[in-house]
Design a protein around this ligand. Structure first.
Ligand code: HEM
Length: 304
């Protein structure tokens, strides 16, 4: 019996160093040819050495190369335009790679090797190193990930259900948020806690009465007909002293959850997430991280 396996890097824990790469396919290169080159990154000469590597592709490239393995809902990121001018821009590219490992030298080596390995078919459009900040905190000082589904449940949240096109693949939202830490830190701790809806030191959820309707977690908690619609977040902090923030990464069985959360964050229903007063997205894209089986089928079509 053959199992359908997701890319394990999506769930890998314990890595402190991260590197995100986005690519545009070179003009004139078909998606099929380009993806064949990306699939070589699975080979040990590039991906060995204690790193996790997650490969994902934009809707157009994946649908062109593997139409039968593309979920119907897969589409480029449309961006979000809030009613008061706050917005999340769409900066869609064709491919995305997430490299995570123990130290920045190792992830940098692998990022550099990956860019070289696909250079004939794709141009690097964006690169972003990221790091674990203290005990898994965002640079605001708040713990990020408290209400994330635990790994034992994460596959149900993150993977396209078996028996549907794209099975065991995962929809990815990647966004670079730029923080205004000076403005945030001018708030009292009490006010900062009201921005997120959790306490700062130990991430305890504020009570119903204390949590403002525009608190971040009040905006992104999706309850649809009594069922909580979750996503699996893998964001990491990044940056220099001059510009820093959160490289937001999340995986979902279904991209409409991302769109609904962002719509609520940007106030399309009348209440804007207060976090957007202190952080602004500079990029945003949707990708699809196919199952290992789908990647293998594409890498050696004759065996399919
Ligand atoms: C500047 C960008 C962001 C920062 C700094 C941030 C930070 C946080 C923090 C500190 C928490 C509370 C602890 C936790 O449960 O992890 C949280 C929760 C959460 N965030 Fe964000 N976040 C950001 C953007 C986003 C975006 C863009 C989405 C969705 C598209 C999102 C979805 C969620 C969800 C689903 C939760 C859990 C809510 C719950 O059920 O309690 N976040 N975030």
């Amino acid at each position: 019996m053959e199992f359908t396996l997701p890319q394990s890097g999506i769930f890998a824990q314990g890595t402190r160093a991260h590197y995100f790469l986005e690519f545009d396919l070179r003009p004139g290169v078909t998606a099929t040819v380009a993806l064949a080159s990306f699939l070589r990154l699975q080979a040990p000469d590039v991906s060995a050495g204690g790193v996790n590597l997650v490969l994902a592709f934009g809707a157009d490239a994946w649908r062109e190369a593997a139409p039968s393995m593309a979920p119907a809902s897969l589409a480029p990121f449309p961006g979000v335009q809030g009613p008061d001018g706050h917005r999340a821009p769409a900066t869609q590219h064709d491919a995305w790679i997430w490299i995570s490992g123990s130290t920045p030298d190792i992830t940098w080596d692998h990022a550099r090797a990956a860019v070289g390995a696909v250079s004939e078919v794709a141009v690097l459009a964006n690169e972003q190193p990221g790091f674990l900040y203290h005990d898994g905190r965002d640079e605001t000082g708040f713990i990020d990930g408290t209400a994330n589904p635990p790994v034992r449940r994460a596959a149900d949240v993150a993977l396209v259900p078996l028996g549907t096109p794209g099975e065991a693949g995962s929809h990815v939202l990647a966004m670079r948020w730029v923080h205004d830490l000076d403005a945030f830190h001018r708030l009292s701790i009490h006010e900062q806690e009201r921005v997120f809806g959790r306490t700062k030191l130990d991430s305890v959820e504020l009570s119903h009465g204390e949590k403002p309707p525009d608190a971040h977690i009040a905006r992104v908690e999706l309850d649809v007909e009594g069922e909580e619609l979750e996503i699996f977040r893998r964001s990491v902090p990044y940056g220099t002293i001059q510009e820093s923030g959160l490289y937001f990464v999340a995986f979902s069985a279904d991209p409409s959850r991302f769109q609904r959360m962002l719509a609520r964050m940007f106030g399309l229903d009348g209440v804007r997430d207060r976090l957007t007063d202190f952080s602004t997205p500079a990029s945003g894209a949707y990708y699809f991280a196919p199952s290992i089986n789908a990647l293998r089928a594409l890498a050696s079509p004759e065996q399919d």
